[in-house]
Design a protein around this ligand. Structure first.
Ligand SMILES: Cc1cc2nc3c(=O)[nH]c(=O)nc-3n(C[C@H](O)[C@H](O)[C@H](O)COP(=O)(O)O)c2cc1C
Length: 172
């Protein structure tokens, strides 16, 4: 499978089988994440791997969608604002770095036949409380992972802007 095929295969799965993700597969996708680049190679991230039923239930309260309840595994991808690189004008690159590691993980999961879905529309303050996160550690993405119980037929997945709408050459 080449990279374009993998990119097209990944989609936001919003339904999961209860089957656990094998530990070796989990370690593989986490390792793919660990290899992600980051600004100044500061790697300003922490990933909380959640499989405990009680913690999963608490996380569901931060994003109470029925489809999210069934995920057997959720990664809480956190950014560390004390570590992340800031440009001279103050721009914090923490969000960008967290996005890159998350993208590596979603693609690695897809390669292994696993579904995943970015969740950013969750109650971040409630999530911080669950894990007693210090203020500089921001929970940025909840990433449920599991064997999909749905398919890639969601029209949002297939819909992408045409290349001509997003690409420019030599000028904006
Ligand atoms: C930064 C980001 C935040 C997202 N947040 C959510 C979310 O809170 N809930 C959700 O169901 N999907 C969320 N998504 C998934 C997008 O809706 C999805 O990627 C987009 O519709 C394209 O569909 P596809 O992933 O199936 O290709 C998010 C995706 C990204 C990249």
């Amino acid at each position: 499978m080449d990279f374009l095929e993998l990119s097209k295969m990944r989609y936001s799965s919003r339904g999961y089988l209860p089957d656990a993700v094998e530990e070796g597969t989990l370690q593989y996708i986490l390792e793919c994440g660990r290899m992600a680049p980051s600004a100044a190679n500061l790697q300003p991230w922490h990933i909380i791997v959640v499989t405990d039923r009680a913690v999963l239930a608490a996380l569901h309260e931060t994003y109470p969608r029925e489809w999210f309840r069934g995920a057997p595994l959720v990664l809480v991808i956190c950014g560390d604002h004390q570590v992340s690189w800031k440009r001279g004008d103050g721009k914090d690159h923490c969000d960008i770095d967290a996005a890159i590691i998350t993208d590596h993980i979603t693609l690695a999961a897809a390669e292994k036949g696993l579904g995943s879905c970015w969740i950013c529309n969750f109650d971040a303050a409630a999530c911080s409380s669950i894990f007693k996160l210090p203020p500089h550690i921001e929970p940025m993405i909840l990433l449920p992972i599991g064997y999909p119980a749905d398919s890639a037929d969601n029209p949002r997945h297939r819909s992408r802007k045409a290349a001509g709408e997003i690409l420019r050459r030599d000028k904006f």
